[in-house]
Design a protein. Structure first.
Ligand code: SAH
Length: 215
């Protein structure tokens, strides 16, 4: 161990910069998050590629560019209390955790939550709180949040989630506009009004309906 970043990681960060990620703090958070821990062992050779990869339970680890774009859109700072819907591998939560005070992350697959929890402990990411549950209901006991991010596509951001956003807060979600999905930012003003802004076209796994529940 030299402590120097892997050249493949440097190439990944350069690719993200070329693709429009300009926030140096976000790029540094990506660089400090060892994606190789979050991908399945048989796909280790692809851990530094800018591509989504399959994980357990038929789910995926987000493409680094999407994880970076969502993190950039959230405009995080070190006092932010963040809610993530869709823990998956835990990769995005790990990136968010480098830039915020605390990250609450909800995932419906027990297996994924258990695995992510082990990784968070191993990587000493003590400011991530994972939980098994239906993310569409948010996390009312911990609300309100400064930032909310959904990592799977929805038809529209659920009102239950926007209700859990603080005034002045931001929520970023991939919203289905068939045949594409658009990364959408919802900003809550001081009086509680929501202003919706489309950021870019993206491709995410769909978020199943709420009634599918915990698995
Ligand atoms: N953020 C992840 C990628 C997530 S893929 C990463 O960095 O690896 C989307 C995740 O959302 C999947 O793991 C899926 O199981 C989860 N998910 C889908 N519907 C959900 C729901 N209603 N509540 C909580 N999690 C959900």
């Amino acid at each position: 161990m030299t402590g120097l970043p892997d050249t493949r990681m440097i190439q990944l960060v350069m690719a993200l910069r070329s693709a429009g990620i300009s926030d140096n703090a976000v790029l540094a958070a990506i660089e400090r998050t060892p994606r190789e821990h979050f991908v399945p062992a048989d796909l280790l050779d692809q851990a530094f590629e800018n591509t989504p990869l399959p994980i357990d339970c038929g789910q995926i680890i987000s493409q680094p560019l999407l994880a970076a774009a969502m993190t950039q859109a959230l405009e995080l700072h070190d006092r932010c209390k963040v809610l993530e819907i869709g823990t998956g591998s835990g990769y995005q939560a790990a990136v968010l955790a480098r830039l915020s005070r605390r990250v609450y992350t909800v995932e419906r697959h027990r297996t994924l939550v258990r695995k992510a929890q082990i990784l968070f402990e191993k990587l000493r990411l003590c400011n991530i709180v994972p939980r098994i549950g239906d993310g569409l209901a948010g996390w009312p006991e911990q609300a309100p949040f400064d930032r909310i991010v959904m990592t799977a596509a929805v038809g529209e951001c659920p009102v239950a989630l926007l209700d859990q956003l603080k005034p002045g807060g931001l929520c970023v979600a991939p919203v289905r506009k068939d045949p594409i999905q658009v990364l959408t930012c919802y900003a809550k003003s001081g009086n509680g009004a929501i202003v919706r802004r489309i950021l870019s076209d993206v491709h995410f796994a769909p978020l199943p309906p709420a009634e599918t529940g915990v698995l």
